[in-house]
Design a protein around this ligand. Sequence first.
Ligand SMILES: [Fe+2]
Ligand SMILES: [Fe+2]
Length: 178
Amino acid sequence: MKDLVRMRTSLKEEIERILNEQIKMEAHSSAIYLSMAAWCDRNGFDFSAGYFYKQSNEERNHMLKLFNYVSDMGGHAISPEVTNVPQEFDGFRDVFELALQQEIAVSNSINRIVGQARQFNDFATDQFMQWFVKEQIEEEYVARRAVELFDVIGEEGVGRYMIDKAIPKITYGDVEAQ
Ligand SMILES: [Fe+2]
Ligand SMILES: [Fe+2]
């Protein structure tokens, strides 16, 4: 049966497997950002909460983009089970440190997929993944900039309030807007 199914797609089993892993990772990112949004809301950081709600939506869209690709290629896209979502964080800065680590992990994972796709001569997946390669430059930049704001502005006095207000204004390639 498996072989019969494989006859209908050029998508290699291994590539399908790692794409499904990435689907899961994006869903996990979406869930983490949602809990970060809730944490920010609970702790009075309303602007950052809005930022994380938006991030959470973006990650779901990333998941769907991959999901549709696997389906369109005749593969089996698996609706992921999302577990291990932290609901508590040590502090305002820690939330952003963790978000940056998450984005770095995603970039590394995307790069691994491109590497694998090239090994299998799967140029369709290689090309499809280039959107994610580019997207991660922006995602990492924004996450890194958010962490930097804690040092640049400082957390003392009204610092956290200023940081909170500055977070949603971070945009890649537009330093003026900050
Ligand atoms: Fe993503
Ligand atoms: Fe992301």
